[in-house]
Design a protein around this ligand. Sequence first.
Ligand code: ADP
Ligand code: MG
Length: 700
Amino acid sequence: MPLDTAIEYLKGVGPQRAETLKQERSIYTYGDLLHHFPFRYIDRTRFHTIRHLQEEGEQVQLRGILRRLEVLGEGRSKRLSATLRDDTGVIELVWFQGIQWMEKSLMVGKEYIVFGRINLFNSRFNITHPEIEEATPDKLQTPRTFEPVYATTDKLSQKGLDARGLRKIMRQLLEVLRPNEVPETLPDHLLSAYRLLPRWDALQKIHFPENQLDVDAASRRLKFEELFFLQLRILQARQVRRVQVKGFVFEQLGDFFNRFYAEKLPFELTGAQKRVLREIRADLRSGRQMNRLVQGDVGSGKTVVALITMLMAIDNGFQACLMAPTEVLAQQHFDGLSALLGDLGVEIGYLSGTVKGKKRDAILERLLSGQMHIVIGTHALLEDWVQFNNLGISIIDEQHRFGVEQRFKLWQKSKMLPPHVLVMTATPIPRTLAMTLYGDLEVSVIDELPPGRKPITTMHKTEAHRLRVQGIMREEIAKGRQVYVVYPMIEETEKLDLQNLMAGFEALSRDFPMPDYQISIVHGKMKAADKNYEMQRFIRHETQIMVATTVIEVGVNVPNASVMVIENAERFGLSQLHQLRGRVGRGAEQSFCILMTGYKLSQDGRERIQTMVNTNDGFEIAEADLRLRGPGNIEGTQQSGMLHFRIADLAKDGPILQAARSIAQQILELDPELRTPENARLKQFLEAYAKDSKIWSRIS
Ligand code: ADP
Ligand code: MG
């Protein structure tokens, strides 16, 4: 296959450049180079208008009259400054070099064509060292170009493969390739139904478009293809699993469930909780193994859904386990659920790395004999020495801390069939990400908060408002409420952060002195037992203020807490801020979240803070997070190779992804194994892909 030809055989490349292309860009073959897409284009097909310039750094072409031309400044700041005017406005042009020559060759009053990158200087746009030429009639007539810009590196540039050099070999490549050597991957019926460019055309146009329309059409086709095949593979894997992986059937709702519902449940479930429970129940009766993700905003009541699900297992004679990412959280689940269950007769145990000796042995024994119905714990539950009699369901709380392998380890805890798996996320994930990352899971959403919650009031404050903030804290404590004060803790700056935290703690101890006020402190450097002790003091309301690092981020439930002060809030990511805020507002009273920052904020930091102030909706926040940080940085996705796309961008291509997924779904519904002639290309491509793809193994 010509596409498999080694890159060194391409005219203009040769062994040396080939070596550098391999090292720097993993380009080994013609095919690899063909898929090295431009990351932007220089558009000289049209003229921009000065008044509508928007983006710093953008390359623009302008046409206007030169209005002023003078040498300004002395010494190093000496420069030639000119003003260009078009029908809409004026912009400054600046030269620091070649001043004399430029001054001589330009003339005020003449019309020029100017091309360059716009800078922001003293909050005004200018262009330094633009390309400039007189707008003579013949210049205005020659076709203006639209050029691709390829990502390059220092090493590539040294070998002559800078943006221009890459452009040259790309042109060469497209000249030697014949259309039939670049096979179409999508069936004709898809191409025509969704007006997608044929593959060959799209590749031509992505590299050498004539205008923006070409780029749009080409990238739409290529993005679609990329997302479509990913969805096709995910959905196919899921299909296979559905057919092949049998699951325990939990046919009946029994005594535990009924009595819990009638006697113990202290509130009415929300409509969303009921709906999700129905979805879970349907899975559990289906005869197939359940793999379901429950998404729900902080405070939406996922825990009780987990408990009721576990009761369904127990009623059918099975055991259940609930795994949480931290000791504090696991402990809290254990305490909370034990209290909820009361005297129902459910045997429930707690297991973590800190449970040792005889205590541990006793629990392990009861698990193995089947006496214990439910075990709650940390990662320790994954260890080989934890053996069950008949594990029917595993629930993982706050999924983003757990990887796929861990999910898989849980499967192995059951001898006959894999246990059902329910995964609950702490933070909503944007739909586009969920479809890709958790595409192999069914998804339920709890999109409703329990009634009577007042939305949390979120404020942005700086040091100047410190007294006012303390005032709010005092007022709330006087009402019998509790307060969190959270400091960032990031590994690289750990020492400094710890100092900050301790300094903050001391300052608070002065402003909120004993015996009127008691303060707890918890941070990552403390021993687990000490952490737990301090946490428990706060939970029992023996202290009014909890000073902590983000160890309290996930899951902790102290409904009496009504103020969350976050110090250096600009250093937290959006989902983290949202998680932290979710620690308050759990009771019926008004709660506050106060984001403390320095005066100066980066644009990004400002947007994060503003998003927090503007909305309480976790899904909205998740979308903003995706937009600001890109999919690769969303918590829990870093290791996922699935998010490395050539051209698609989950932050922007939601609609294309949506379409690709539903089309893939339709196709698989009609032709699950892609046997019909019209889907032959799909089958062929998937098979070729499966042979040399690591991604495949990640999905299935
Ligand atoms: P999360 O979804 O963040 O894990 P939790 O399960 O911790 O939320 O629930 C938050 C709080 O809401 C708990 O105090 C819980 O008892 C309470 N809660 C859950 N469901 C309901 C409901 N339907 N009505 C009233 N309160 C509820
Ligand atoms: Mg929770």
